[in-house]
Design a protein around this ligand. Structure first.
Ligand SMILES: [Ca+2]
Length: 449
């Protein structure tokens, strides 16, 4: 705050508040308490935010008038405390304070001009460009709703969740969580374009090809890191991760339930919980992966290809198969355990639990995940997953019918760790059972026939 207020202002403000509290006279003390305690609470809340100095201390600026008021009281209190009754002395100290404060005026003015210019050059120009150049039926995905929404003749879909509810929690889980949320949007009304700070959406815009084809860039005249770029959104990936690969399935078996890990809605429907081993560490971010299919299938179709970027992607693109084998999915990193409920099962019927994991560290040689599987509280087996560089991997576990007592199955997966991996990354669960309707239809046809 040193750029905006005179040195020692906070000390004077605290003194001012104390002076107010102990001031002789019969005015009630609750006035000073009503100002001081809420101010302390609000400042405490702001000071513990990671973003507290952001944008010229914008979260603190509303309280500046109170600081100045208390600081003047503080100067008055100090002169009284030090028995300096001389009016001239008091006035001199106050005048000096005002003078020091006024010297900051050019800094404030410059900041104000630069920030106003940024609004004009970047946000307003972008809004007007969108009005003129993009079709008007669908909302525009954005971050920073203010000017874009005010000047734009479009509804906005706020990717960081300030003015759109959908994304508020999802964005805070990382771009993977946001991607899972975006996938749920109705294709008829979902945004086809996104205008964002690329640095806030690095995975979407530079790694995973979701925000692709930058159409226009609106530079920030004063901070190159905060230029805005308008992208077309690539929806080709939507839903491709929702089914396991064919080789994991048995003929005549049908999908009974699925849990899309990192999709907050799917997680909530299945009472999905992560139990972290180390509770003191910050939340583990959502792993977000784009990989090409499954290693064995790629190997069978394109034998000998080892490099994804230089060999596999061009080959797939040439054959028009890029999106067919390309899977984007978000998941979670588990260092402790996870629990969830799968529903809609036929009791006392064998089921196949299929899980999708991925090696996300690039250390292919040592890739090994191990997890203990419990169903309805009973240990079933330890699952070991190894192999497969740079690709998805699925494991299939048969669950005996006698462990399935009703339509719900409570599953617990406990990380065992391995020498090289203290965690595993999980992306999707499916559960399949034999299609009994098919059997009864066949029996019925047999009886009828
Ligand atoms: Ca997922």
């Amino acid at each position: 705050m040193g750029e905006f207020v005179l040195p020692g202002l906070l000390i004077f403000a605290v003194l001012g508040w104390i002076g107010w509290m102990v001031r002789p006279g019969n005015e009630p003390k609750w006035q000073a308490l009503c100002v001081g305690l809420p101010l302390l609470a609000v400042l405490g809340a702001i000071a513990t935010l990671e973003v507290w100095p952001l944008h010229n201390y914008r979260y603190l600026i509303p309280f500046f008038p109170l600081f100045f008021f208390l600081a003047v009281l503080g100067i008055e209190f100090l002169t009284r405390l030090l028995r300096m009754p001389d009016r001239v002395l008091k006035s001199t100290i106050l005048a000096a304070a005002v003078l020091v404060q006024v010297t900051y005026l050019p800094t404030w003015a410059t900041r104000y001009i630069e920030n106003s210019a940024t609004i004009q050059e970047k946000q307003k120009k972008a809004a007007l460009w969108i009005n003129e150049n993009l079709p008007g039926e669908k909302p525009i995905a954005i971050n920073d709703a203010g000017v874009l929404a005010y000047y734009g003749q479009r509804t906005v879909y706020d990717l960081v969740g300030l003015v759109t509810d959908d994304t508020t929690l999802a964005y805070r889980m990382g771009e993977g969580g946001l991607y899972e949320r975006l996938e749920r949007l109705n294709p008829q009304v979902r945004p086809d374009f996104a205008i964002v700070f690329p640095a806030w959406f690095l995975e979407m815009s530079q790694i995973y090809d979701v925000f692709y084809k930058p159409l226009a860039t609106f530079p920030d005249p004063f901070d190159p890191n905060f230029s805005k770029t308008l992208y077309r959104i690539n929806w080709n990936y939507q839903g491709v991760e929702d089914l396991p690969r064919a080789s994991s399935l048995r003929e005549g078996w049908i999908l009974k339930d699925r849990l899309d890990v990192a999709d907050l809605i799917s997680e909530s429907e299945h009472e999905y919980r992560i139990h972290r081993r180390n509770r003191t560490s910050p939340d583990i971010p959502v792993p977000f992966r784009r990989n090409f299919g499954y290693h064995e299938e790629i190997e069978a179709l394109w034998p000998g290809i080892e490099n994804e970027q230089d060999e596999l992607i061009p080959a797939l693109r040439r054959q028009g198969l890029l999106y067919f084998f390309d899977i984007i999915d978000a998941g979670r990193r588990v260092d402790g355990s996870e629990t969830f409920i799968l529903r809609n099962l036929d009791p006392y019927q064998t089921a196949d639990l299929i899980l999708r994991v991925c090696e996300t560290t690039g250390e292919h040689d040592t890739f090994l995940y191990q997890m203990d599987l419990y169903v309805n509280g009973i240990y079933l087996q330890t699952i070991g997953i190894e192999g497969t560089p740079w690709n998805w991997y699925e494991a299939v576990v048969e669950i005996p019918g006698e462990l399935i007592h009703d339509s719900n199955l409570r599953v617990q997966m406990v990380n065992r760790g391995s020498i090289h991996f203290a965690f595993y990354d999980i992306f999707y669960y499916w559960i399949y059972q034999k299609n009994n309707d098919l059997d009864s239809n066949i029996e019925k046809e047999y009886e009828d026939g």
